[in-house]
Design a protein around this ligand. Structure first.
Ligand SMILES: C[S@@+](CC[C@H](N)C(=O)[O-])C[C@H]1O[C@@H](n2cnc3c(N)ncnc32)[C@H](O)[C@@H]1O
Length: 288
């Protein structure tokens, strides 16, 4: 006999109890919402109704995958970021709530109708949010991964900002050679991989096993890509242009060292009180 919503949720919560990083109640609700099409309030309204056979089968398949560590966002194929719904696949990092700090800071500091560059765009979370909240902006986004760029392009179309976004495949700013207008960009934003290579083994299993290594590995010391980006950024930004870089909680000092010539730089903490973002302005006259 088919299970009711209540029975299914109670059993799923029990199964997810011991899973590293799982939130048993929330994860079970989100996955059951996904297979039934009911929102969370709907699940509670229909608490004692029997689940359709197909929905029940899909639900237990997803709970089993969650039990093996697969992140909820890959199971549902979507993740909310800045109030927008992004499609995600295993070829992109799942956008993190911490990264909203970068977008909020950019929105507070940018002039009207800015020219923005997002380096290592992944799902397009930063580029698309900025394009969506700044209707007169033009946004260029790069990534080394062609698969990630496919996801980002789909998101840009779905969210309705495709006409003001351009995507380029390649290393950091290299694919923008000859593309950015001579006046330069107002902002370069980046949440590039910043985990030191020798720290990857310490990441949670679900991150190590399921998220793309290309989105995580920041090389020796973690700041290899940022070191190269900071150098290239001074060529592409206008005088007084902004560089916003997401960092790990213990990387502020090393980042400020990388920015000590040509940049006025500050560190912004996230809601947990941890260093999370470096805001650097290219000093007037220092454009290369
Ligand atoms: C940490 S993820 C961030 C994705 C997205 N910006 C976000 O905040 O959710 C880093 C992204 O940088 C890309 N990446 C790694 N090395 C790169 C490089 N050398 N040039 C351009 N993109 C790179 C990865 O493919 C990945 O999509």
């Amino acid at each position: 006999m088919a299970q009711t919503i209540r029975q299914a949720l109670q059993e799923a919560r029990r199964k997810l109890q011991e899973v590293e990083g799982a939130e048993p109640a929330l994860d079970s609700d989100v996955l059951l919402s996904h297979v039934t099409g009911l929102d969370r309030a709907g699940l509670y309204r229909e608490w004692d109704c029997a689940l359709p056979v197909q929905a029940e089968k899909c639900f237990w398949e997803l709970i089993e995958r969650r039990r093996l560590g697969e992140p909820v966002a890959y199971l549902t194929g979507c993740k909310e970021f800045m109030g927008l719904e992004f499609k995600v696949s295993p070829s992109v990092l799942i956008p993190r709530p911490e990264t909203e700090l970068l977008v909020e800071t950019a929105l507070a500091l940018l002039p009207p109708a800015p020219l923005v560059i997002d380096v290592g765009t992944g799902s397009g979370a930063i580029a698309i949010s900025l394009a969506s909240f700044l209707p007169d902006s033009i946004v260029y986004a790069t990534d080394r991964s062609g698969e990630a760029l496919k996801v980002a392009r789909d998101n840009a179309e779905k969210i309705g900002v495709g006409a003001r976004l351009r995507f380029y495949q390649g290393d950091l700013l290299a694919p923008l050679n000859g593309v950015v207008p001579a006046k330069g960009a107002d902002l370069i934003a980046a949440n590039l991989p910043y985990i030191p290579s020798d720290g990857l083994a310490g990441l949670p299993w679900s991150v190590r096993q399921f998220e793309p290594m290309l989105a995580l590995d920041g090389g020796a010391g973690g700041l290899e890509l940022y070191r190269r980006l900071i150098h290239a950024a001074a060529i592409v930004l206008k005088n007084g242009g902004l560089l916003l870089l997401e960092i790990g909680f213990d990387q502020a000092r090393d980042m400020l060292e990388l920015l000590k010539t040509r940049w006025e730089a500050d560190v912004v903490k996230d809601l947990a009180g941890l260093d999370r973002l470096v805001v650097a302005r290219l000093c007037a006259g220092d454009k290369i």
